[in-house]
Design a protein around this ligand. Structure first.
Ligand code: GLY
Length: 388
């Protein structure tokens, strides 16, 4: 691809979370010279806190069909994404588990709600099996005897996000890309109306042909984005617990999603993650007693054995939320400026498809119908521009 300034890199990605790293790796694999900036340490913000459930079907919501379609496309891409990343990063195990997910109901009201969830998923043609409590407990003996009903979602799985981002960093650098930790992007640089790089926190200019904004909940800190290409992004707090079983693996195999929407993600080695709250509290990342109480209560009612687990970590992360709560992916009206942000509860799941769609845009391909539903221009009702 033509580079008008030999000093400039082809692509600078602002943000080294799972999305920025995946975009950077894909772009490198397509021959682009890439640098990923991170204000602290790559993979150590929201991606580090995430549980890693890959649950487009379990989390399907009426009215969010485009998001379901995007999630299903990404889930479908996951096995080959994992295989390629495993080999490219030299990481023997990046913590991907095809474990399936169970949605569980504790009482009659929950069971009626679950029945409606089943009907919704069947209307979408998704693979979900209704299980009587006895069958669900045969498949997961740790479920409480008081269980009323369960749905088995065999195609929703899980990955360890910390291993994933470490592997993406290794694959990106092996492919010739660069990662710049501790590097804050203070402003987008423009020349003649097109993106020409990034003004760094220390005042220097990093020249680039294309700039991808993947700064998660911190996108609003980047100055200089022309109003028609802007998207307000707010932090959506999630508090989460990490635990392990001193007796080793075996308590749970499936991801289990509770009626409250909280969930338990087993890592397969005796470690478990119980998450997560969804709170609008600005940039607060404190972990509260109330959150710990509610997460443990909800999980313990359906999986009583979690009371034997040892708590390793309480943490809170900031998911990035756009005004319509959908991600913003691809080109903008400003030539050379692209978005890969606003993935809210779905960043880990949507990393492969986002990387694919953004790389297509970087290579000058017109956006697919799927990509158009997530275009930045939806916030400004303007025709879709070209990134090239
Ligand atoms: N994907 C689940 C969450 O963000 O809590």
């Amino acid at each position: 691809m033509h580079n008008s300034n030999p000093q400039a890199v082809d692509v600078v990605v602002i943000g080294g979370g799972v999305i920025g790293l995946a975009v950077g790796w894909y772009a490198c694999r397509h021959g682009l010279d890439v640098i990923v900036l991170d204000r602290h340490q790559p993979g150590h913000a929201a991606s580090y806190v995430a549980a890693g459930m890959l649950g487009p079907i379990a989390e399907a919501t009426p009215g969010e069909e485009p998001l379901l379609e995007l999630g299903l496309a990404s889930a479908l891409a996951y096995p080959s994404f994992v295989a390629q990343l495993t080999s490219a990063s030299g990481t023997p195990d990046i913590g991907y588990r095809e474990c399936g997910t169970l949605l569980v109901a504790r009482d009659r009201d929950d069971a009626e709600a679950l029945q409606r969830e089943l009907e919704l998923r069947h209307r979408f043609g998704l693979r979900v099996e209704r299980l009587l409590a006895s069958e669900a407990r045969r498949r997961e003996p740790a479920l409480a005897p008081t269980l009323r009903l369960a749905l088995d979602v065999p195609d929703d799985h899980a990955i360890d996000p910390r291993r994933l981002t470490a592997a993406l960093t290794a694959a990106l650098t092996t492919a010739g890309g660069r990662v710049a930790p501790g590097t804050r992007a203070s402003a987008l640089a423009l020349r003649d109306g097109r993106a020409c790089g990034v003004q760094l926190g220390d005042g220097t200019l990093l020249a680039a042909e294309r700039v991808v904004i993947a700064a998660g909940a911190w996108c609003d800190e980047i100055d200089g984005i022309p109003p028609p290409a802007r998207v307000p992004v707010r932090p959506v707090k999630g508090q989460i617990l990490r635990l392990h079983d001193p007796a080793g693996p075996g308590l749970l195999d499936h991801v289990v999603r509770m009626p409250s929407g909280s969930y338990i993600v087993p890592r397969g080695d005796g470690r478990y993650v119980i998450g997560a709250t969804t709170e609008e509290r600005g940039f607060d990342t404190s972990f509260t007693a109330g959150a710990a109480f509610e997460l443990l209560r909800d999980a313990g009612e359906l999986v009583p054995g979690i009371s034997e687990l040892v708590i390793d970590e309480l943490s809170a992360g900031l998911r990035p939320g756009t005004p319509d709560n959908l991600p913003v992916i691809g080109a903008t009206e400003v030539p050379g400026l692209l978005w890969a942000a606003g993935h809210r509860r779905n960043g880990i799941l949507l990393a492969p498809i986002t990387a694919q769609l953004v790389t297509d845009a970087l290579l000058g391909k017109p956006p697919s119908e799927l990509a158009q539903a997530f275009a930045q221009t939806r916030f400004h009702r303007a025709p879709l521009g070209s990134a090239t």
